[in-house]
Design a protein around this ligand. Sequence first.
Ligand code: ADP
Ligand code: ASP
Ligand code: MG
Length: 399
Amino acid sequence: MLIVQKFGGTSVGTLERIEAVANRVIETKNSGADVVVVVSAMSGVTNQLVEYSEYFSKHPDGIATDMLLSSGEQVTTALLTIALNAKGYACVGLTGAMAGIMTDDVHTKARIETIETTRLKAELSAGRIVVVAGFQGIDDKGDITTLGRGGSDLSAVALAGALEADLCEIFTDVDGVYTTDPRIEKKAKKLEKISYDEMLELASAGAKVLQNRSVELAKKLNVKLITRSSFNHNEGTLIAKEDNMEAVLVSGIALDKNQARVTLRGVVDKPGIAAEIFTALAHQNINVDMIIQNVGHDGTTNLGFTVPQNELDLAKETMQKLSAAKHVEYDDAIVKVSVIGVGMKSHSGVACLAFETLAKEGINIQMISTSEIKISMIVDQKYGELAVRVLHDAYKLDK
Ligand code: ADP
Ligand code: ASP
Ligand code: MG
């Protein structure tokens, strides 16, 4: 039996918490399982390091930035290893590179390409607990890379997949996946199970309890994933295939505050313009989310799209170089509210209830996008949390 256990920032936020994590890992080891532990940096550390990196330059060097950002996880890896050794357990702490996590070279949001598991397997065979620094890897030039914010979840899932672990447990500061962020809506309910697809939509829509890429990979590799608290022994939430579950109409509401909108006015309405604009953004590795284009009039049209707030400056610079983008407006005082549920596939009227509910509160919807199991709406930042609460009520998620 092999279990991968990942502990997030709050779970390793102090030396006392690291000791509690060591005890939790020992419980698992004593039950007879082999354990690979993945740790995040102490809470707040990565934010602080990001701030430091931007002190000197708006676009700090990628290799240096990743060297800096990855240091937080190295600290907790070393401390947990020391703690486990001190308690009499054979343990080895590995950076992403030492653990064989190979990535591409897109600094600050690298993708894992392969995991070279020889060392990991040898350490486990020798009976050692293996602690791995989350959120990082190494590219083929030997430079350290990081996997994007929240990326320790991805490290854990990728390791679980590569080592064919029986279980991947994501320990955090809430008891599992809730119908919405329990910090915004006190009436939110913990879900016993959720499908990979719904979890993926929730995570992509801003529910940071799991990083979206980690859910995508868990689905692809069929990794058994559980989210639970490191502060108690309550049962968590199982993320699994849809067919084991009764389809509920709506399973959750998510809020994404990391959103900004770009609006291009008077764009020439001819073939190739959208391609030109979005190719330029893609070349800068900017993640474009929602896109809307108005019906053209007098040979011109308006085009709007959203990007992550922290990529807005780069999007602005990119737009300035494009002749197609003459009149551009930017707005970062917006948020995205999403309603997610597999039951939407087979029921009509689900979206109407969302629109009516926001209208009743006088909340204007600026953009809408839908998928088979999700409705996303852009609204003014100041109404974000209110929108989450009224939608949670409207879909009776507290029941
Ligand atoms: P960690 O540091 O352990 O990775 P994160 O802060 O990344 O933890 O994620 C956990 C947080 O996710 C919770 O504290 C909670 O506020 C937030 N969250 C947002 N949406 C949800 C949801 N639907 N269910 C549970 N937690 C959520
Ligand atoms: N420490 C990194 C972050 O804050 C990775 C993680 O916590 O998953 O984004
Ligand atoms: Mg996280």
